[in-house]
Design a protein around this ligand. Sequence first.
Ligand code: 3HC
Length: 293
Amino acid sequence: MDIKKIAVLGAGQMGNGIAHVCAQSGYEVKMRDIEQQFLDKGLATIKGNLDRMLKKSKITQVDADATLRRIKCVLDLKEAVKDADLVIEAIPEIVKLKLDTWKDVDAAAPASAILASNTSSISITQMAAVTKRPQKFIGMHFFNPVPVMGLVEIIKGQATDDATVDVIKAVATKVGKQTVVVKEAPGFAVNRLLVPALNEAVFAIQEGITTVEDMDLAIKLGLNWPMGPLTLLDFVGLDTALYIADYFVDEFKDSKYRAPALLRKMVRAGWLGRKSGRGFYDYSTNPPKPGRF
Ligand code: 3HC
């Protein structure tokens, strides 16, 4: 199957990154969100990232202009998916919202279209089951920041067929990513490892064994991570990490995945990381100031 037109649902952190790399690789993209302000913000982020790449001579002005020309911003869901060969969903991690959206997409998209979710944890099989094409439903998990990170995890639901996996592998390769295929399981491969590691960093802070900046420095230098775990939590979003940890406990029925109380308290306080201006660091200062816990 030849993919030419891609609908990306959600213009947020992940959605605009996915729209960016798809358009830059030559796909016609419709980026859809529910409010014009979200589309405007997503498009502004794409323009900013293209400018940065242009300044570093990673792309030419012609590439940047062509990329932007290939992205159409759309508010109406039916309009977004009606002629799509592939729909990639990157909307908030709320099960009911995902299931309702997939029912609507299934009714409006061509029968031949492949449906892919960028979920970081929700069951592919559960989402596939609300559509009439579970064999064409698949997980396509990108990493933040999408234009930089080199991996796409491909997740096979219970009914996903091999032909769909092959098409998604080809699309991911065309957008410059390497792929791993994972059978459906909570957190797939990367988050299964990452989320318990991030939890453990927070437990260490909660127990007072070290400071935020020293834990980050230890892991950056000791394990050669590009960011320490608490900086990474602020980057990913504390609410996202907490959601995944709670989902793991529900799905695995194993308390080893439990989230630390400190993480939950910070989310309740609205300290979600960079996006809210405060998490383990305070982003109102430059450089950000580490918090004391
Ligand atoms: N778009 C395009 N390019 C970008 C970018 C963006 N949004 N952000 C950074 N870059 C580029 C920069 O231009 C720079 O390019 P260069 O190497 O050619 O100069 C390069 O990336 C490095 O950026 P910076 O020099 O500005 O900053 P850093 O060296 O600190 O790198 C980082 C930033 C790439 C974010 C790096 O810190 C990193 O890799 N962090 C870890 C990110 C990570 O772990 N992501 C996965 C999160 S988990 C996830 O997404 C799964 C979900 O389900 C939870």
